[in-house]
Design a protein around this ligand. Structure first.
Ligand SMILES: NC(=O)c1ccc[n+]([C@@H]2O[C@H](COP(=O)([O-])OP(=O)(O)OC[C@H]3O[C@@H](n4cnc5c(N)ncnc54)[C@H](O)[C@@H]3O)[C@@H](O)[C@H]2O)c1
Ligand SMILES: [Zn+2]
Length: 344
């Protein structure tokens, strides 16, 4: 677990906890300032560093803007930096704090489902550099993660479904019972009654932490968290100009990687059918055409996680049991893509 992983029932409870720190600075973006920060009330003035929202601003320029703010607001080891936002803010805020004066304390306050179940846990911080995603970063865990589920009420549905795909992934790689309970959720209901998500967020965090604590720096086991991401990243690059979100590509990646697992007889027809049905229910199919198969395959060959010997992919040996480091052939990739475009 993170040193302190806490759920809050109200904005005032969270405000009180933030106020209790001797010297605090908040990092956020303009959407968080408008939708989340305005609900908090502090008993003294807390400086805010606000950067522009979105993946394209997870950049060196925004990092400099944050470092400048930390200098202006006299941050030091006595300071607690609160990075409050989605994965973009927690990644860049964690990087800014973990490098400023060789590292000052920081706490994540995730405001997206992706942030609550995934991005704010596990100690990866980072920015994109030129066209390279997450190439500059550190492995430093936050001092605390504070979660106020009601922040999810203003989040666009696209971002709720995006985070949910990572939750399904957690079940598929590590916990069949969790996957089964996620399958039964009525998302339209729980995305409104957000407090009902608490046990599910807790379980995702628990599963992620078990994996990360065995391999913080990502040399082995942690790679299982990339299930769905070998195909998923290629889809994300291919559809770079579409208005979508990461989890939608991961959902499609999960279908393809489950299909490869089926073909390798690691997954039964029944299990594969269950996975396919669950993903179909929540995620619209990506608009891939037969002529795109070659380009997507080439994108996968170029992916940074690939070894010289081929495309490395996480597969599942039954639901709840992932295996990393499988080298899959271009023919297997094409077969999975052809399955996806004709059946998924
Ligand atoms: N460090 C990790 O382990 C890890 C894991 C997964 C993802 N990530 C990173 O996370 C990023 C994606 O995170 P994300 O999906 O949270 O996207 P995001 O941070 O871009 O947030 C999505 C959008 O929602 C807005 N927003 C956030 N909270 C809101 C709220 N409560 N109400 C209204 N609007 C709100 C944001 O301003 C943004 O426009 C990627 O950069 C990815 O690399 C990191
Ligand atoms: Zn992901």
């Amino acid at each position: 677990m993170d040193r302190e992983f806490l759920f809050f029932n109200s904005a005032s409870e969270l405000s009180k906890t933030i106020s209790s720190f001797e010297h605090s600075i908040i990092i956020c973006d303009e959407n968080i300032r408008h939708h989340c920060l305005q609900h908090l009330e502090f008993d003294h003035n807390i400086p805010v560093i606000c950067i522009s929202s979105g993946e394209k601003n997870k950049s060196l320029q925004s990092l400099e803007q944050i470092w400048d703010g930390l200098i202006r607001f006299k941050a030091g080891r006595h300071t607690m930096v609160f990075s409050m936002g989605g994965g973009v803010i927690t990644d860049i805020g964690g990087l800014a704090a973990s490098t400023f004066k060789r590292g000052i304390p920081f706490t994540h306050i995730p405001t997206t489902l992706m942030g609550m179940v995934d991005a704010s846990h596990g100690g990866k911080t980072g920015i994109n550099y030129k066209n390279y995603k997450n190439y500059i970063g550190t492995f430093v865990k936050p001092s605390n993660v504070y979660i106020l589920p009601e922040f999810l009420k203003t989040l666009e549905p696209i971002h709720l479904y995006s985070g949910f795909a990572e939750m399904l992934k957690h079940g598929l790689i590590a916990d069949v019972y969790y996957f089964n309970s996620l399958k039964q959720l009525d998302l339209k209901e729980v995305f409104v009654e957000t407090e009902r998500l608490v046990p599910f967020i807790e379980q995702s965090v628990k599963l992620k932490n078990i994996i990360v604590n065995k391999d913080l720096q990502d040399y082995g086991l942690r790679q299982i968290l990339n299930f769905g991401h070998t195909f998923g990243h290629a889809f994300e690059s291919f559809f770079i100009n579409e208005h979508s979100a990461h989890g939608y590509f991961i959902a499609a990646g999960i279908v393809c990687e489950s299909y490869v697992s089926l073909k390798r007889q690691m997954l039964s027809e029944d299990m594969f059918g269950e996975i396919l049905e669950t993903l179909r229910k929540h995620y619209k199919k990506l608009a891939i055409k037969p002529m795109d198969v070659q380009i997507i395959t080439e994108l996968m060959v170029m992916d940074k996680k690939n070894l010289q010997s081929g495309i490395s992919c996480v597969l599942i040996n039954g639901i709840g049991n992932a295996i990393y480091g499988n080298i899959i052939s271009e023919d297997e990739v094409k077969e999975a893509l052809n399955f996806y475009l004709s059946h998924a």
